[in-house]
Design a protein around this ligand. Structure first.
Ligand SMILES: Cc1cc2nc3c(=O)[nH]c(=O)nc-3n(C[C@H](O)[C@H](O)[C@H](O)COP(=O)(O)O)c2cc1C
Length: 207
């Protein structure tokens, strides 16, 4: 019997003991700390799929108020030098140990995807909606990376607000860095995380 439009959009009741594979996959999304990222990084068709996943994020007005910068290969160490210089500028009395720690951060993973917010004025789409859209795009990329067997983690830190550093990276004054996704091939299985009960943050509105 053909499915009517009404039936098609009925909420799906997921059976507890037989969760479809894709649903189960979403439930098992988790980050992989950068110390467990090894070569190879996603590249070629895999990288293309990860970037395409971002483009199916919900996006009011189809504005795509973001852009991405890939950092890989020799550029990782160069970014580390910029991190270290920015850190020293922000913390002139920092110890050599802390500066070197900051320098080492980008080189822990073979690929970084810098998440650049490029908000555009739009009377119907306030900036917060545009930023939510970037958040969804980032998580789509993490999900796709995991589906392809890679580990990833979304990282940020005070460096993301450092205008000097952002200028070195070529960001416009109107742009912001909303962190970066660090990715690689996982050396540890970080799955099976316990998650909070969804019903502890969900209620029926009594009307
Ligand atoms: C915008 C954003 C920035 C984040 N920045 C950091 C960070 O700088 N350092 C960190 O350890 N985790 C950071 N996290 C959290 C991790 O990406 C990750 O979500 C967290 O470790 C929980 O792990 P899970 O994703 O497996 O639940 C950030 C998450 C978001 C959404």
């Amino acid at each position: 019997m053909p499915i009517t439009r009404r039936q098609q959009y009925k909420p799906i009741k997921v059976p507890t003991m037989n969760i479809p594979m894709a649903a189960n996959f979403i439930l098992q999304r988790q980050s992989t700390p950068a110390k467990y990222h090894a070569e190879p990084a996603p590249e070629g068709e895999h990288l293309d799929l990860i970037l395409r996943a971002a483009m199916s994020a919900p996006d009011h007005g189809n504005m795509r108020p973001w852009r991405f910068l890939l950092v890989r290969g020799a550029a990782l160490a160069r970014l580390g030098d910029l991190f270290a210089e920015g850190f020293t500028r922000r913390n002139p009395s920092a110890s050599a140990e802390l500066i070197e720690r900051e320098r080492s951060k980008p080189t822990r993973s073979p690929l970084l995807i810098l998440l650049i917010a490029s908000p555009q004025p739009n009377p119907k789409v306030p900036e917060w909606e545009q930023m939510m859209s970037l958040g969804a795009a980032a998580e789509h990329m993490q999900l796709m990376a995991q589906a392809l067997g890679y580990g990833s983690i979304w990282l940020s830190g005070e460096r993301c607000q450092d205008r000097w550093l952002l200028e070195q990276l070529g960001l416009q004054a109107s742009e912001k860095l909303y962190g970066y996704l660090a990715m690689g091939t996982p050396t540890e299985d970080c799955t099976a995380k316990r998650r909070a009960d969804a019903w502890s943050v969900t209620q029926d509105w009594p009307g």
